[in-house]
Design a protein around this ligand. Structure first.
Ligand code: COA
Length: 164
């Protein structure tokens, strides 16, 4: 496992976050792009999200945003710099989210991904299960006739050390 350090993003991390987001967004744009409706959707513009960053040698190599929704810790925008992918940076970020969720007594982690990106397989490797899916009419693609949103969950084990 890499020794990525994960912490809540600070002002100092902003440039690194921008770079990771630019790189990962360009990867996703090979598969789909959002319409204006998607960009305006509440899901994507929801305020009060907290951002984590993963650092390797003081460089931001991964990031994710999350918020609590009912009994879930819901995250979005998980991205790892292409030069550092497949080195368990996402796994570190997911572990950090699990610890935050466990501390708060959340039932599970949850996220959406677009099936045609191939990410469902990666999320399954990370312990997630696809719970449901539906066609997304707010995204468009030059290569796929339709795009599918997959909703995934990963249960968070109860923290035995928490007072009852
Ligand atoms: C999806 C993404 C975040 C994964 O990050 P990562 O740091 O490379 O993932 P990890 O190294 O922690 O790998 C996690 C698991 O997925 C598997 N995996 C990662 N990339 C994979 C790939 N391209 N193909 C197949 N499996 C892959 C790994 O093998 C690992 O499983 P294992 O430990 O059982 O071997 C990264 O590829 C990315 O930023 N992609 C572009 C943006 C994106 O699609 N974000 C998700 C939006 S929902």
């Amino acid at each position: 496992m890499t020794s990525a350090q994960v912490h809540e993003a600070t002002q100092k991390d902003q440039l690194g976050i921008y770079e990771v987001n630019a790189k990962t967004t360009s990867i996703l744009r090979r598969t789909y792009r959002p319409t204006l409706a998607a960009l305006q959707s509440k899901e994507r513009l929801m305020p009060q999200q907290t951002r984590l960053v993963a650092l390797l040698k003081d460089r931001v190599v991964g990031t994710v945003e999350y918020r609590f929704v009912d009994d879930r810790l819901h995250f979005l925008g998980l991205g790892v710099h292409p030069e550092h992918q497949c080195r368990e940076v996402a796994r570190h970020l997911i572990k950090a989210l699990e610890a935050i969720g466990q501390e708060a007594g959340a039932r599970c982690l949850s996220a959406y991904t677009v099936r045609q990106t191939g990410n469902v397989k990666i999320f399954e490797q990370l312990g997630f299960t696809a719970v449901s899916e539906e066609q997304d009419h707010t995204l468009v693609s030059d290569i796929h006739p339709t795009l599918t949103d997959v909703y995934l969950e990963k249960p968070i084990p109860l923290d035995d050390s928490r007072p009852m």
